[in-house]
Ligand binder design. Structure first.
Ligand code: T3D
Length: 276
């Protein structure tokens, strides 16, 4: 079935129009929203969907109209990871799937210097779970769950799972979840520190949109520098990190939004940040 279902809601300045069939991509009020849209196969990734998500992330990075990103899934799942039927087709190389589909998505999510909120609306399995963990703030519906499904089919956790999960929840829990492939409920995931918050199913999207809108009205450059620092902290020692904090603080201090924040504080009014 061919979907011509792209939804682009332009804010002020139009972006280049992309016709996408496996994701829905819109820009509204500073929020770039990406909806994984293969609900019949629980939003599992084929090459086309991965490429479309990469293109949408590129647009979010390039457009000044996007100041935060929201990612979610259509239907009852967030994503069941790799489309196993597509991966099983003759001539398909797993290494190519990892290199072409998932590694660029994870790198683009981490290198995007704008906050990325992930609203996990249902099951997130395999690469679907690990893509969520690469986002900046993860919210989940109370009925959602997370599964490191790889071991059940004789694979290893990819899409940055072996990098992010032990850092989020510790080596012991990450090892057990990756080896056993146990399903973790949204509530457990929050208690483990795997995600930020759980919301009732019916209010997840409203809460996620509210958070994305809030982030889109904040000092975008400062948030971007914060993300750059957090990325660097994963491999820096304390000296290196302190040095970089100084550099980033100096850069943040030169932004319009810093001046606006201080002026608004002194004038006892609400700041109006521009993301500049
Ligand atoms: O090439 C490579 O493989 C390398 C890359 C690896 C990255 C990975 O992500 S590997 C891990 C791949 N994912 C999985 O192993 C998860 C497979 N899916 C499941 O275990 C279950 O579907 C879930 C636990 C996620 C959900 O279970 P349930 O009972 O709620 O749904 P279901 O009935 O299993 O699935 C509903 C439909 O979606 C069903 O199709 P049907 O029968 O209605 O026509 C099912 O086949 C389809 N579906 C679910 N997951 C996938 C899928 N189709 C293709 N690929 C999938 N991953």
């Amino acid at each position: 079935m061919i979907w011509i279902s792209i939804l682009i809601v332009f804010n002020f300045k139009p972006l280049s129009l992309r016709i996408m069939s496996n994701i829905l991509f819109s820009i509204n009020n500073g929020v770039g929203k990406i909806v994984l849209n293969r609900p019949d196969v629980l939003n599992s990734f084929n090459l086309a969907m991965a490429k479309e998500m990469q293109a949408a992330l590129d647009d979010c990075a390039a457009s000044p109209n996007v100041r935060s990103v929201l990612i979610t899934g259509e239907g009852r799942a967030f994503s069941a990871g790799q489309d196993l039927a597509a991966a099983n087709e003759p001539g398909v190389e797993i290494l190519e799937i990892v290199k072409e589909q998932y590694n660029p998505i994870i790198l683009k999510l981490r290198q995007l210097e704008k906050p990325v909120v992930c609203a996990v609306n249902g099951v997130a399995a395999g690469a679907g779970a690990n893509i969520a963990f690469a986002c900046d703030i993860v919210l989940a519906a109370s009925s959602a769950s997370f599964i490191q499904a790889f071991s059940k089919i004789g694979l290893i956790p990819d899409s940055g799972g072996t990098f992010f999960l032990p850092r989020l929840i510790g080596l012991q829990r990450a090892t057990a979840l990756m080896m056993l492939g146990d399903r973790v409920t949204a509530q457990q995931a929050m208690e483990y520190g795997m995600i930020y918050k759980v919301h009732p199913d019916e209010s997840l999207m409203a809460e996620a949109e509210k958070m994305a809108l809030q982030l889109a009205s904040m000092p975008t450059k400062g948030l971007g520098y914060t993300k750059r620092l957090l990325n660097a902290s994963l491999s820096h020692n304390l000296n290196e990190q302190l040095l970089m904090e100084g550099e980033m603080q100096a850069a943040a201090a030169k932004t319009y939004d810093h001046k606006e924040g201080v002026n608004a504080f002194l004038e006892k009014r609400k700041p109006v940040f521009k993301g500049e």
